[in-house]
Design a protein around this ligand. Sequence first.
Ligand SMILES: CC(C)(COP(=O)(O)OP(=O)(O)OC[C@H]1O[C@@H](n2cnc3c(N)ncnc32)[C@H](O)[C@@H]1OP(=O)(O)O)[C@@H](O)C(=O)NCCC(=O)NCCS
Length: 193
Amino acid sequence: MEKITTERLVLRPWEDSDVDFVYDLYSRWVVQRFIGTEPRVMESLAEAAERVRRFQAIEHPVHGIWAVTRKTDGLAVGTLLLKPIPASGEEPLTASDDVEIGWHFHPDHWGNGYASEAATAVLEHAFEGGLDHVVAVTNPANEASQSVCRRIGMEHKGQSKKYYNATCELFEVENPATAKNTAAASISGGVAL
Ligand SMILES: CC(C)(COP(=O)(O)OP(=O)(O)OC[C@H]1O[C@@H](n2cnc3c(N)ncnc32)[C@H](O)[C@@H]1OP(=O)(O)O)[C@@H](O)C(=O)NCCC(=O)NCCS
C-alpha cells in the first residue's frame, strides 16, 4: 500500500505500535455510534491488535486502509478506508462490485478538516488507480460524515438498502476522467448527428 501525502497529513500503512491509538479510537462511543448495524465499542487491547492485523492484511494496488498521521509530529489522528463494500444479502455479507471510501477520526482532531483532506487525497488515488466511481454510505443520523461526503464532492443519491443490510444515505462520485470521456463522447455523438 502506497503512502499518500497531503498538505498537513501523511497516510501510511499501519504499524504494530499503532495498537494503543486504535484502541483509544475505537473504544469511544462517539466514534462507534454510527458504525455498523449494531454498533459496539472495542473492549480490549487484544481486539485492537487484531484490528491492526486486519488493517495490515489488505494487499491491493488501489484499495487500502491507511493510518492518517499529522505531518508535523507523526501523531495518528484517524483511519481512512478504500475497500469493496458488502452487498446486502444473507449473512455473512459478501463484497459487491462497488468500492467505498470511509473515515474514522479521533474526536480530539475533529473540526480541522483532516478527514476531508485525507479523503480527497484517497479519492484522487482511487481515480488514478482506475476506479470509475466510488461510493460512501452513512447512517442517516451521521451528519458530520455526510458533510465530509459533500465537502469532497460526492453526490447524495438518497437512501439505499443496497449495502450492509441497512438503510443508509448513499453518496457517489464518478472518476472525472471517465465522466469527461462520456460527456465528450455524447457531445461529439451529438455533433455527428
Ligand atoms: C465523520 C468525521 C470523520 C468528520 O470529522 P470532521 O472533523 O467534522 O470532518 P472534516 O475533516 O471534514 O472537518 C470539517 C470541520 O473542520 C472545520 N475546518 C477547520 N479547518 C478546516 C480546513 N482547513 N478545511 C476544512 N475544514 C476545516 C470545518 O469548518 C468543519 O467544522 P464544522 O463541522 O464545525 O463546520 C468524524 O465526525 C468522525 O470520525 N466520526 C466518527 C466516525 C464516523 O462516524 N465515521 C463515518 C462513518 S460513515
